[in-house]
Design a protein around this ligand. Structure first.
Ligand code: IDP
Ligand code: MG
Length: 149
């Protein structure tokens, strides 16, 4: 089953949106297989955002992501990588569609509440960067036959 890495950023935690964000993913029908609240080290933040290392916003992004608690999660389900990106919405919350997490709760690209892996390969890399194997729980939700044909 496909898995993706999602992280509620410090603004999402500070604004009390952890429950709402988790609720949306659960209600959609995805399965939570890993979750932890953590203070992100500079080393992990820089590795995670390595593709943006040369961008002008990189130092601010790393400062921000290390500035407070982050809720790191792994979610599972058919097509979860692309679907979670749709639930999250466009990078800039001002242009993100209403009904998406960023579209409903954000106003600024540097405070866009949540990270989501952008492709299946990226997800594999990010899951292993943020979680040890023994931190992930494989389980079969009893709702499966009501979610999948
Ligand atoms: P994504 O999170 O939608 O995948 P990316 O382009 O991968 O967006 O950028 C990673 C993160 O870097 C964004 O979520 C946002 O927090 C931050 N970011 C991207 N572009 C800008 C910018 O122009 N100014 C400030 N922060 C930015
Ligand atoms: Mg990205």
């Amino acid at each position: 089953m496909e898995r993706t890495f999602l992280a509620i950023k410090p603004d999402g935690v500070q604004r009390g949106l952890v429950g709402e964000i988790v609720r949306r993913l659960e209600a959609k029908g995805f399965t939570l297989v890993g979750l932890k609240l953590m203070k992100v080290s500079r080393e992990l933040a820089e590795q995670h955002y390595d593709v943006h290392r040369e961008k002008p916003f990189f130092p601010g992004l790393v400062n921000f992501i290390t500035s407070g608690p982050v809720v790191a999660m792994v979610w599972e389900g058919d097509g979860v990588v692309a679907s979670a990106r749709k639930l999250i919405g466009a990078t800039n919350p001002l242009t993100a569609e209403p009904g998406t997490i960023r579209g409903d709760y954000g106003v600024s690209v540097g405070r866009n509440l949540i990270h989501g892996s952008d492709a299946v390969e990226t997800a594999r890399h990010e899951v292993s960067l943020w979680f040890a194997d023994e931190e992930l729980v494989s389980w079969q939700p009893s709702l499966t036959s009501w979610l999948y044909e």
